[in-house]
Design a protein around this ligand. Structure first.
Ligand SMILES: Cc1cc2nc3c(=O)[nH]c(=O)nc-3n(C[C@H](O)[C@H](O)[C@H](O)COP(=O)(O)OP(=O)(O)OC[C@H]3O[C@@H](n4cnc5c(N)ncnc54)[C@H](O)[C@@H]3O)c2cc1C
Length: 261
């Protein structure tokens, strides 16, 4: 990759100005970027901004945008909260060497359809903090693809004693998931997300609505899986057909719900 101008600012304000003035490309871990453009006019490196920490606060866990997926995987607060679903969704991505480089911010900002991390985050009460745009829900952030030129500074997950589960099916351990799903539960409210459809993770709103008015048991978990499979669009690619994904959706959603109940 050839980079004409390289910026490594020491404050977020400087970084934001470079982003606007130079239309710079933000470099997280650079792992996905290097698969694409071979020439970048202005590169913006965020590694001097102290964004590489994960903080366990009383009511939330804050993941700095430059924290690596390996940090996410082994962080004690993330292992001990949310049923470990966030750690688990990072741990299934490639190998340790890769996870030592790829960042949480790059993973969310990329809004990748195959993302495991986004699926688990979406099933929780998760916010994305943008330097100028402030705190927005992850759901809103995913809908703004390409429309905002801002820096993701943090991913914030609210702690509300939520139980959570992350499920995925892969042909081989280092391949993308054929489908992934996550569920979380606080009291009688269940949140369900499904990703690698192969489109980016979405909430299964109808299945969630169905569970809100139902007793939580195996029968309703099966029904919710069927509703999710009906309501969410899935497609075919080299990893799996539409029909196979529909079946996986039923099974993974049911398993995730069973784990949280
Ligand atoms: C070979 C390969 C296999 C993979 N397999 C999986 C998998 O199975 N499951 C899975 O979930 N993921 C997978 N990924 C994705 C990976 O986990 C990362 O999410 C991805 O590579 C981006 O990480 P990065 O930090 O290197 O971001 P970069 O490549 O540096 O950046 C990605 C994008 O985000 C932008 N960006 C980066 N940081 C910020 C920020 N703070 N604010 C705003 N924009 C930002 C960049 O400009 C760029 O557009 C895979 C990636 C590769 C290359």
């Amino acid at each position: 990759m050839r980079i004409k101008e390289y910026f490594k600012p020491s404050t977020l304000e400087q970084a934001y100005n470079v982003l606007q003035d130079k239309n710079a490309t933000i470099i997280g871990g650079g792992t996905f970027l290097r698969l694409g453009a071979k020439k970048i006019d202005s590169a913006l490196d965020l590694s001097d901004l102290g964004l590489d920490i994960i903080e366990d606060k009383e009511d939330k866990v804050e993941i700095g945008a430059m924290a690596t997926l390996r940090q996410v995987e082994i962080d004690e607060a993330l292992k001990n909260n949310f049923g470990g679903a966030i750690s688990k969704s990072a741990a299934v991505i490639m190998g340790v060497q890769f996870r030592n480089v790829a960042t949480a911010g790059g993973s969310v900002a990329g809004r990748y359809g195959f993302s495991d991390f986004i699926t688990s985050l979406l099933a929780l009460d998760t916010y994305v903090e943008l330097y100028k745009g402030g705190k927005i829900t992850l759901k809103e952030f995913l809908e703004t693809k390409g429309k905002i030129k801002d820096i993701v500074t943090k991913i914030i997950i609210m702690k509300d004693n939520r139980k959570a589960s992350f499920q995925n099916i892969r042909n081989t351990s280092t391949d993308f998931a054929i489908l992934n799903a996550a569920a979380s539960r606080v009291e009688n409210k269940v949140k369900i997300s499904v990703g690698a459809r192969p489109g980016v993770a979405k909430l299964a709103e109808k299945a969630m609505e169905f569970l809100e008015g139902s007793e939580l048991n195996e029968e309703t978990a099966i029904k919710a899986g069927e509703i999710a499979s009906e309501e969410l669009s899935v497609g075919s690619d080299i990893r799996g057909s539409l029909e196979y994904r529909k079946e996986l959706c039923k099974a993974l959603v049911k398993r995730a719900i069973m784990e949280v109940i």
